[in-house]
Design a binder for this molecule. Structure first.
Ligand code: ADP
Ligand code: MG
Length: 614
């Protein structure tokens, strides 16, 4: 068999700033070796992070989608980043300001869903639409395939939010080589101008559309270390706009209910507020007509309205400087990041607090993407000067209920690395637990590489869910993984050592990554179904155990309907219809929830009885 000569495709790793308001893609220019943001002709590098779902089920992104904010408010989704990895109750306060509908998702892995038109989407799916559009746009501009990326997230993002971002990348067909913190990216872009052994302590002040972040980093010998970070995930340009809308609504006697029911009006006012705020960065006075409303705002009024919001960010800065065990005198530079730092009030208050001019020489809205591109370039091996630390090529984790992979150390984590997570028992009186260690990117352990397994024995008999078993992963400089499991109450412990990279071929890593990307959609669905099935099975077990022990607490009729609901759930639990399982589980849950209360009453009565008898 003859081998066909394969043309070597040039490869590029892009840096993506996936923003609440705007997203950007950047690369390090192969010829000039400088980071640049990608733009079409003379257009802006900023792509609005907005999605418009048309009646024809076409997904429109960017500027065209932005236009639909007013014309089709119920079908247009924005500020998705605020929803990533959050639950319905987490975002209640924000829901009022969103023109699209949020809904609770019974399935914990999705946390909440967004209604756009007639369809529902998870925030991960929505982010994937944005990323996929950014990927296509980059491919068009660069005229080459783009499949690898570094994506930035706020320093304050937790594991769930980071994982959601990774999942979105995967769904969009991107191999996410690394998730890096936005302030670190900004500092990287700033740091390439430094001499090799120059040491700097920099504050990164990032005020964007949806969030505020302040981080203090130390740059020394090409190493970027975050000393302290803090922020407010519900404070940004959006909140300023909200304040302006409220101000105008008050002046024009528009009731909050009217804004709530007339989403088109709310959106139009919001967009006018954005316009006002941006124009007032340059001018002293804003004045426009919208329908019957004369909308006016002076720079002075704006600053009066926004002063308390900006003051909150300064409080955060003060706390962060203290947390870093520094004083403002120790800070060598204050980097301005995010579109809202273009406001004179912000610049004034920030430079006032830090007692030095705020540095906005790097475009505040591009600097994060530029830094991500530099990180991507480092990963591509093009920057030998900056020493790259070793990273894990594949994720490491353990098997949890339903055969799911629970990742403790994600791929591309710098080593040495460690992680700890607590698990519990599934059955009453369970005295041993299997700890199975896997490597890979798939959602089900059966699709990943099994590294080792052992049984933790000697767990004292307890009810299901009471035991606390801490599993600790520690990966040392030589790539040796030590897995330790400890039952916290008894101290029973067991550990094992493995070398995850032993016998692992480069080609194997590649194919494992490829299959994880091509199976992303089905994997996420499988995880979702399994999680619902597991939760339903637990509910069945708990209810069955209750019925067995406490028949006296229920009337015959109650026992009958409960058994019926259990049978109904049992009938569907093995199917793949997660909605149906969730529905039946909800019915059973509703029936059985009050029983727990009766059980507690009974326990209380019995203990009283005991006291009396004593
Ligand atoms: P994100 O990181 O949330 O995507 P950006 O850094 O792109 O956000 O900042 C977007 C915010 O910056 C918006 O609230 C926008 O109104 C605001 N903004 C952009 N330009 C200006 C300006 N010239 N003056 C005031 N605000 C601005
Ligand atoms: Mg940003």
């Amino acid at each position: 068999m003859a081998q066909t000569s394969k043309q070597q495709q040039p490869e590029v790793i892009v840096g993506i700033d996936l923003g609440t308001t705007n997203s950007l893609v950047a690369i390090v220019h192969p010829a000039f070796r400088q980071p640049v943001t990608l733009r079409e002709y003379n257009n802006s590098a900023l792509v609005p992070s907005v999605l418009y779902f048309t009646e024809e089920e076409i997904v429109i992104t960017g500027n065209k989608a932005k236009a639909a904010l007013v014309s089709h408010p119920q079908q247009t989704v924005y500020s998705i980043k605020r929803l990533m990895g959050r639950s319905y109750s987490d975002v209640q306060e924000q829901a009022a300001f969103l023109s699209y509908r949020l809904m609770e998702d019974d399935n914990t892995s999705n946390l909440l869903k967004v209604k756009a038109g007639d369809k529902q989407f998870t925030p991960v799916e929505l982010s994937a639409y944005l990323l996929s559009a950014l990927k296509k746009r980059a491919e068009y501009i660069l005229q080459m395939p783009v499949s690898k990326a570094v994506i930035t997230v706020p320093a304050g993002f937790n594991d769930v939010q980071r994982q959601a971002t990774r999942d979105a990348g995967k769904l969009a067909g991107l191999d996410v080589l690394r998730i890096i913190n936005e302030p670190t990216a900004a500092a990287l872009a700033y740091g390439i101008g430094l001499r090799a052994n120059e040491e700097k302590t920099v504050a990164v002040y990032d005020l964007g559309g949806g969030a505020f972040d302040i981080s203090i980093l130390k740059i020394s010998n090409g190493v970027y270390k975050v000393l302290a970070t803090s922020g407010d995930t519900a404070l940004g340009g959006d909140d300023m706009d909200q304040a302006i809308v409220a101000h105008w609504a008050y002046l024009h006697e528009i009731e909050p209910e009217a804004l709530g029911s007339n989403r088109g009006l709310a959106q139009s006012l919001r967009l006018k507020a954005v316009e006002a705020r941006q124009q007032l960065s340059e001018k002293e006075y804003f004045d426009t007509r919208m329908d019957n409303y004369e909308l006016q705002l002076t720079r002075g009024q704006l600053e009066e309205l926004l002063q308390p919001l900006v003051a909150k960010t300064i409080d955060n800065c003060r706390q962060t400087v203290t947390d870093a065990q520094l004083t403002v005198k120790d800070i060598n530079a204050v980097l301005m990041v995010g579109g809202a730092t273009r406001m004179p009030l912000v610049k004034k208050m920030v430079s006032g607090f830090f007692e030095q001019p705020a540095d906005d020489s790097l475009h505040p809205d591009e600097v994060v993407a530029l830094g991500a591109a530099i990180q991507a370039d480092m990963l591509a091996g093009n920057r030998n000067a900056l020493q790259l630390q070793e990273v894990t090529p594949l994720s490491l984790g353990v098997e949890t209920m339903g055969g799911l992979m629970d990742v403790l150390i994600p791929r591309n984590t710098r080593i040495p690395a460690s992680a700890v997570r607590t698990y519990t028992t599934q059955q009453d009186g369970q005295t041993s637990m299997k700890v199975a260690v896997y490597q890979g990117e798939r959602e089900l352990v059966k699709d990943n590489r099994r590294l080792a397994a052992f049984d933790l024995t000697g767990i004292p008999e307890m009810n299901a869910g009471v035991a606390q078993i801490q599993v600790a992963f520690s990966l040392d400089d030589d790539g040796i993984l030590t897995v330790n499991a400890t039952e916290l109450r008894s101290g029973a412990a067991q550990s094992i050592q493995v070398q995850p990279q032993r016998g692992l071929q480069e080609s194997e890593v590649k194919s494992m990554l490829q299959t994880s990307i091509s199976h992303a959609q089905e994997d996420l669905q499988t995880r979702q179904t399994l999680e619902i099935q597991t939760a339903a099975q637990q509910l069945l077990d708990v209810t069955a155990a209750f019925l067995e022990k406490n028949t006296d607490l229920l009337s015959d009729e109650e026992a009958q309907t409960t058994r019926q609901a259990m049978n109904d759930l049992q009938d569907v639990i093995g199917t793949n219809d997660s909605t149906l399982i969730a529905d039946k589980a909800a019915v059973l849950n509703e029936l059985s929830a009050p029983y727990a209360e009766r059980l507690m009453d009974k326990a209380a009565r019995e203990s009283m009885q005991q006291h009396i008898e004593e």
